[in-house]
Design a protein around this ligand. Structure first.
Ligand SMILES: [Zn+2]
Length: 331
């Protein structure tokens, strides 16, 4: 069995956008033909997607043909809109959550779900966490930074406390890098996702670990996207300093790498060597299959090819293939 924990959905349509405080920043869908629609944001075409993004049965048939048994559904990250009006953000999150719950209801043996909350308003976000629980979803996808703020900041503690109390998994997904001015001289097609996302994931993980968030909520299940980006090499120096320097050691009861081993990761490392490096540091029980699937074809390399390249035995293949995902989802 293969459970792909990093896949995205887009609803077939959005609640009416007219008359909203957020104006055209609120997303809408433009139908292209019977199979495809285009997401429109700020009056511009953002991305054209196929019906497998919202049709659960078509999606199930397609992924099963590609060798994936089950998927964890989460919103396309661009739809986690924290810059819009909070009430609009809450409407959007509820619509995404109900859309995912509907897909799970259509194919309950194939799909799990991570919803969305309006992180621009912590109280509304916590209210929506309860809705996520009530809808039967398994957790929540958030961005690695909340309009430039880091996840370990005290401001976000009540959100993580609520997620821990509700036994909901948290999936910080890299999006909108905050240091784009440093790479503004490089084309955005490279500076944004290819270079920016790994740094985003690393900064988010470092913020979670060095803020003591996992010390406060040790049972919180968090998965860092894209194999944690640069997180593990980023931690090496502070981890060494924690061991060798008493003032640093006094800052956290455990070493940074011990906390890194409490986090989950997908396997989207884009190369076998960094994936092996991640597994060697955090353990085979913390890494899951992911693909970023949104109707985009089979995962390359396939999970089996990856298992062979990593030299995994049968037990290790089960952990990476599906066991860790079930534990992350609280199943
Ligand atoms: Zn993704």
């Amino acid at each position: 069995m293969i459970i792909d924990m990093h896949t995205h959905i887009v609803p077939n349509e959005f609640p009416l956008a007219t008359g909203r405080p957020s104006g055209s920043a609120f997303p809408s869908m433009k139908k292209e033909d019977t199979d495809r629609s285009t997401i429109v944001i700020d009056g511009k075409d953002y991305r054209t997607v196929r019906n497998v993004c919202w049709d659960a049965t078509k999606r199930k048939n397609e992924i099963n043909n590609e060798g994936t048994t089950k998927q964890v559904l989460s919103p396309l990250p661009e739809l986690l809109m924290y810059h819009i009006d909070p009430a609009d953000g809450a409407d959007l999150a509820r619509h995404l959550n109900e859309s995912i719950a509907g897909m799970i209801a259509s194919e309950p043996d194939t799909f799990y779900g991570l919803g969305s909350v309006p992180m621009q308003d912590i109280n509304l976000a916590i209210l929506e966490l309860q809705s996520i629980k009530d809808l039967g979803l398994h957790g929540v996808e958030i961005r690695t930074n909340i309009e430039g703020r880091s996840l370990g900041e005290e401001h976000f503690r009540p959100f993580f406390e609520a997620a821990a109390n509700l036994d909901l998994a948290v999936f910080p997904h890299a999006n909108r890098p905050t240091f784009s001015d440093r790479l503004a001289h490089i084309p955005a097609s490279v500076a944004d996702a290819p270079l920016g996302f790994p740094i985003e994931s690393g900064l988010a993980g470092a913020s979670i670990i060095w803020s003591g968030l996992l010390e406060d909520f040790p049972n919180l299940r968090i998965c860092m996207s894209h194999a944690g980006g640069v997180l593990i090499p980023l931690l090496a120096r502070s981890n060494e300093n924690w061991h060798s320097r008493e003032p640093i050691r006094k800052l956290l009861p455990k070493s940074p790498m011990e906390y890194a081993s409490m986090l989950f990761y997908d396997d989207i490392a884009f190369d076998i060597a960094p994936l092996r490096y991640l597994i060697d540091h955090v353990g085979i029980e913390q890494v899951m299959i992911g693909s970023d699937w949104q109707g985009t074809g089979p995962k390359i390399p396939s999970p089996l090819e990856e298992f062979i390249s990593l030299g995994l035995n049968d037990e290790e293949q089960d952990y990476l293939g599906w066991k860790n995902a079930l534990r992350f989802l609280g199943q």
